[in-house]
Design a protein around this ligand. Structure first.
Ligand code: PHE
Ligand code: NA
Length: 455
């Protein structure tokens, strides 16, 4: 299979890792999760989760990829043999599932980007989703046919993904992120500057930052913080192991992990400010409390934002185009990382070329994802997303950390591997976080989930 692919530069790797981390979760998930879980007070559990789980696990996964130099299944195999390999496959499987619906959301955002050029959204918000624009079914169980206007951007999304993956790690993934991420930062800064200068922006920001300290005693707030950090940093999905397996033999893993973690959080904070400034504007325009317009996910991006754009004082076409373009760019750079995870896994397991793995892996994912482009797609999407988020993420994270810290007892080995190459020396806090804090919090999270879902 020839020489293993490698990143061209350190910045290339960091941009790719940041590209994976910064995704739809930063823009449409974080602002609402923070708002719902104590507002300004949420930053305490959030920082705690970042420093005791997010960055420690990122350091651990970067080390695994860099040390064993393989896709996730191969890296786990080299670590502890057959009995560990399935951990990698589990992550690969979840990544595969996520890619099938993540791609469809990007297609919606693309459609909205184009739609924003000639504006004229109606006044009825539900209409965007269920009416002319996306044509989704508004009752569950109604599968219906394909939505032609979604099918075209959907095919375009996959053509872009195929193109980037075929071009390889350095000439494809690295180059794409070197373009996408700087553009994304500029576009997003423009959105935020415009949003905070809107009338009513302060009302939104007040609602977002107002600390509700009583929430700190609430276990679900802490669970929300840990859950969000896992999703937001793309950890426990085998993704970061795959990306770090393309690092050169000498790389400052620990420093790279801190940069990736803080860059992702910085972007999240920026998104929170932009989204809530815009929601404040909306609330003041329609004379309601911020709470009435605050929401997350598909509803925020594809129903509330069009409404905000509609009521914009001038230049609204530009604002709309920039907003949806930011979703497309953030989404694509994450989608590429998700697909690379199974491309690498398949090609190494089956001993086939990278291009064949792209053809089979991404080919299968793109076909399955057609299901979500039907009129009933949103319902499938909601169901799968809920399942993945609730059970997939935390559960894999828990098993992975326990296996490595307690069963294989690899933490000291990893520390010895990472420290000599880094400006930042990992010591007690790293090991303590992975051995005790992360398993305890994730264990509680699983317990909480089963209690609320089954009890
Ligand atoms: N981290 C990405 C986000 O914040 C989402 C993602 C999850 C990407 C899992 C890849 C894998 O949106
Ligand atoms: Na993120």
């Amino acid at each position: 299979m020839g020489q293993r692919s490698q990143w061209g530069t350190r910045a290339g790797f960091i941009l790719a890792a940041v590209g994976s981390a910064v995704g739809l979760g930063n823009i449409w998930r974080f602002p609402y999760v923070a708002y719902e879980n104590g507002g300004g007070a949420f930053f305490i559990p959030y920082l705690f989760a970042l420093l005791t789980a997010g960055i420690p696990i990122l350091i651990m996964e970067f080390t695994i990829g860099q040390k064993y130099r393989g896709s996730a299944p191969l890296s786990f195999f080299r670590m502890e043999g057959k009995k560990a390999e399935w951990l990698g496959w589990w992550g690969v499987f979840v990544a595969f599932v996520i890619s099938t619906y993540y791609s469809v959301i990007i297609a919606w955002a693309m459609k909205y980007t184009v739609y924003s050029f000639n504006l004229q959204w109606g006044d009825d918000t539900q209409g965007f989703l269920f009416g002319d624009v996306l044509n989704l079914a508004d009752t569950p169980g109604q599968v219906g046919g394909f939505v032609p206007g979604v099918l075209i951007p959907h095919i375009l999304v996959w053509i872009i993904v195929f193109g980037i993956l075929f071009a390889g790690v350095k000439k494809g993934i690295e180059l794409a992120n070197k373009i996408f991420i700087p553009v994304l930062v500029i576009v997003f800064l423009m959105i935020v500057i415009r949003a905070v200068t809107l009338p009513g922006a302060l009302t939104g920001l007040e609602a977002f930052f107002k600390p509700d300290l009583s929430q700190l005693a609430n276990g679900t707030v802490w669970v929300a913080a840990y859950g969000h950090i896992f999703f937001s940093l793309s950890i426990a999905f085998a993704i970061m192991i795959t990306y770090s397996s393309y690092l050169p033999r000498k790389s400052d893993i620990t420093n790279n992990a801190f940069i990736t973690g803080f860059a992702n959080s910085g972007f999240e904070l920026l998104a929170g400010i932009g989204v809530f400034a815009a929601l404040g504007f909306m609330a003041v325009q329609s004379n309601v409390a911020v709470d009435e317009v605050a929401t997350a996910g598909v509803g925020l991006a594809f129903a509330v934002f069009p409404q905000i754009i509609n009521e914009f004082p001038g230049m609204n076409a530009l604002f709309g185009v920039l907003f949806f373009l930011s979703l497309v760019l953030a989404g694509l750079s994450s989608l590429i990382s998700i697909c690379e995870t199974y491309v690498a896994g398949l090609s190494e397991k089956l001993g086939i070329s990278r291009n064949k793995a792209v053809l089979f892996g991404a080919g299968a994912a793109s076909l399955i994802s057609l299901l979500f482009t039907t009129r009933g797609g949103l319902y499938f999407l909601d169901a799968v997303d809920y399942f993945i988020n609730q059970f997939g993420v935390a559960f894999i994270g828990l098993v992975e950390v326990i296996a490595i810290a307690w069963v294989f007892r690899k933490l000291d080995v990893f520390k010895e591997h990472a420290n000599p190459m880094s400006d930042i020396q990992i010591r007690g806090w790293w090991k303590f976080s992975l051995m005790y804090i992360t398993p305890l919090v994730l264990g509680y999270m699983m317990f909480d989930l089963f209690r609320t879902n089954l009890g």
